[in-house]
Design a protein around this ligand. Structure first.
Ligand code: HEC
Length: 140
C-alpha cells in the first residue's frame, strides 16, 4: 500500500466514524425520551373527560362535573373545597370506599343510588379509578 492510499484509508475511517457517533447520540436521546415518557404516573397522559365519548364520561358531565369540576380536578364552591377525584385523598381510597361514596353519598355530596342504576354506580367507580387515577382493576 502506498503512503498516499494509507492516508486515504485512514481519512475514510475517521469520516466513517463521525456519523456513527451521531447515531449513537441520537439513539441515547431517543431511549432517554422513551424512558422518561413511560416511567411513573406523573407523565401519564391525562384522560380528557370533556373530549371523551364514553358513557361514563357523559354520566360524569351530567352528574358530577357541577361539583368536582369539568375535568374532576376539584372546585371551590362558596369557599368550600370539593376534592379532586384524580389526586389527593380520592387516589388513596380503595374501590369499595369510592363505590360507597357514590352510592350513599357523604355530606355535602348527595347519594346517587336513586339517580344511577347499580351498574352505572359500578361503572362510575371504575371510571374514577381506571380513567381518572390510572389504576388497574386489581390495584387498591
Ligand atoms: C353537590 C356536589 C357534589 C356532586 C354532584 C358530586 N360530588 Fe362527589 N364529593 C362532593 C364533596 C363535597 C365531597 C367531599 C366529601 C367529604 O368531605 O368527605 C365529595 C367526595 C367524592 C369522592 C371521594 C373523594 C375523596 O377525596 O375522598 C368521590 C370518589 C366522589 N365524590 C365522586 C363523585 C362522583 C363519581 C360524582 C357523580 C356521580 C360526584 N362525586 C358528585 C360533592 C359532590
Amino acid at each position: 500500500m502506498s503512503p498516499k492510499s494509507k492516508v486515504q484509508t485512514l481519512k475514510s475511517k475517521t469520516e466513517d466514524r463521525r456519523p456513527k457517533t451521531k447515531t449513537v447520540i441520537v439513539c441515547l436521546f431517543a431511549a432517554f425520551a422513551i424512558f422518561a415518557c413511560s416511567s411513573g404516573n406523573a407523565t401519564r397522559r391525562e384522560f380528557n373527560i370533556a373530549e371523551s365519548k364514553s358513557y361514563e364520561a357523559s354520566l360524569f358531565r351530567q352528574n358530577c362535573a357541577i361539583c368536582h369540576g369539568q375535568e374532576a380536578n376539584g372546585k371551590e364552591i362558596d369557599g368550600k373545597l370539593i376534592p379532586s377525584l384524580r389526586y389527593g385523598d380520592a387516589a388513596t381510597k380503595p374501590e369499595e370506599e369510592i363505590y360507597q361514596q357514590i352510592k350513599e353519598g357523604k355530606l355535602p355530596m348527595p347519594a346517587f343510588k336513586n339517580q344511577l342504576s347499580e351498574a352505572e354506580i359500578k361503572r362510575m367507580t371504575q371510571f374514577v379509578r381506571r380513567d381518572l387515577q390510572g389504576k388497574l382493576e386489581t390495584e387498591n
